[in-house]
Design a protein around this ligand. Structure first.
Ligand SMILES: Cc1cc2nc3c(=O)[nH]c(=O)nc-3n(C[C@H](O)[C@H](O)[C@H](O)COP(=O)(O)OP(=O)(O)OC[C@H]3O[C@@H](n4cnc5c(N)ncnc54)[C@H](O)[C@@H]3O)c2cc1C
Length: 427
């Protein structure tokens, strides 16, 4: 882009845009972040509910989120304080299923974890260990586009381990039903999450609202390094930033794919990418908050519901607060989304009682949040755009750009940091 100043405009203050802005700010590059909403964080943001700082949706991070942990530290957010690290443990109290990865060196932790899982017949556990072994032997590269269901069929994954381990992992990580989800992306997640260093498989549970986990610290860091954040400022056209009055050396579109497509349509060089992004489909995520009297205790910080609607339950505390707040998560399209808010919350209250095997008092309050476009539907062979566009100085960042992963915080952060490196290299 010609006639420029040295600054970088970042369109979108989600985790991708903020990660990019933090790394550029640290290198002394002036940034200006334009965010359409009144707050930062995008699809991972704080929401105030009944006087509690909660989130637009329950999030779970993994030890494998190395760039997220790095960018948190760089911006001054302490992961040790803000995230509770637990060895991976999948518990279904109702079904008597429990898989826990012991604190042993990799890959022993995985083998022992699978073989000692409670609630799975020995044949299924052996088959699961063989499945991972086969993926590892093939370098986690699949020869052809397959769905996760197809991959599990091919490796004879059946029964409890399929229903309570692989399928829920697919839903949680890819936000796409196993019948539609990409087996290759699932294999990438297993490679980095389960089969890497032992700490990679740890669960990192936010101990504060998502704003405090990263966006608040990022905003402080950017401000302290001479950058600027403009909230409630929607960018309608990239030409606004490159024409008179706003000449930036680089512009990073760090929005979700739908919104990126709108901005990419404006120039002939980027219309093909806009058309590609127009073909994306999306999956919803629902979070149902139920607030119980504080004396109600849950058996673990996270566990599986008996179903048929609910998937995972998280204990949100708040520690020392007047309520025990429970977050029930519902990933991807499903029957849950045909329920209205009232009946969905009532059904999950019922499932929670059945899972725990005891009666609970009626919740003091309940709140349902549906994010309709929570994640792109992660299908086999889904094409991803490169970070560098054909328009000089125009870049793409966002969860959909990091081609190895599904829509996650880590893919958003990795793509933002990647664009920051490219811009620094281009200077
Ligand atoms: C309910 C829910 C649960 C999830 N659970 C998990 C989880 O457990 N673990 C996990 O890793 N991931 C999870 N995810 C996915 C994760 O939140 C996203 O992948 C990630 O936040 C995407 O970040 P992003 O920066 O790429 O995009 P976004 O968060 O969409 O940020 C884009 C920003 O751009 C702004 N914007 C858009 N258009 C414009 C414009 N024209 N001008 C200015 N600003 C604009 C938007 O307002 C937004 O703030 C979940 C998502 C949801 C919704």
């Amino acid at each position: 882009m010609s006639g420029v100043n040295a600054g970088v405009a970042i369109v979108g203050g989600g985790w991708a845009g903020l990660a990019c802005a933090v790394d550029l700010s640290a290198a002394g590059v002036p940034v200006r972040v334009f965010e359409a909403a009144r707050q930062l964080g995008g699809r991972a943001r704080r929401v105030d509910i009944a006087g509690h700082a909660l989130d637009n949706g329950q999030h779970l991070l993994l030890g494998a989120y190395r760039e997220t942990l790095r960018i948190m530290r760089r911006s001054g957010a302490d992961p040790e304080r803000l995230l509770r690290r637990l060895p991976l443990e999948l518990v279904y109290p109702h079904q008597g299923f429990r898989l826990r990865l012991p604190r042993l060196p990799a890959p022993l932790h995985l083998a022992i974890g699978l073989l000692t899982a409670r609630g799975g017949p020995p044949g299924e556990k052996l088959a699961a260990a063989r499945f991972i072994h086969a993926l590892r032997a093939g370098g986690y590269r699949l020869a052809e586009p397959l769905t996760v269901a197809g991959l599990l069929d091919r490796h004879r994954q059946r029964g409890n381990l399929r229903r309570l381990l692989w399928e829920p992992l697919c839903l949680a990580a890819l936000n796409t039903a196993p019948e539609h989800a990409s087996a290759q992306i699932f294999a990438n997640v297993l490679r980095d999450g389960l089969d890497g260093a032992r700490e990679n498989s740890d669960l990192l549970l936010p101990q504060a609202d998502l704003g405090r986990v990263f966006p608040d610290a990022a905003a402080r860091f950017i401000g302290a390094h001479g950058g600027e954040i403009r909230l409630s400022t929607r960018v309608g056209q990239i030409a606004q930033l490159t024409g008179n009055g706003g000449k930036f050396a680089h512009v990073v579109i760090a929005t979700a794919p739908r919104q990126a497509a709108e901005l990419l349509r404006e120039a002939p060089e980027t219309r093909a990418i806009a058309a590609l992004l127009d073909s994306y489909r999306y999956e919803p995520v629902g979070t149902v908050y139920l607030a119980y009297p504080e004396e109600i205790r849950l058996p673990s910080p996270m566990f599986g519901l008996c179903g048929p609607l609910g998937q995972w339950v998280f204990d949100r505390g708040p520690p020392g607060g007047a309520s025990t707040i429970v977050a029930c998560v519902l990933s991807a399209q499903g029957v849950w989304d045909t329920h209205d808010n009232e009946s969905l919350a009532a059904a999950l209250h019922g499932e929670l009682q059945q899972t725990l095997g005891r009666a609970l008092p009626d919740p003091d309050w309940r709140r349902v949040i549906r994010e309709r476009h929570a994640a792109f539907s992660c299908r086999p062979g889904l094409p991803r755009p490169p970070a560098k566009t054909a328009r000089p100085g125009l870049w793409l960042a966002g969860d959909y750009v990091y081609a190895d992963y599904p829509a996650t915080l880590e893919s958003a952060v990795r793509s933002g940091c990647h664009v920051a490196r490219e811009i620094l290299d281009a200077r």
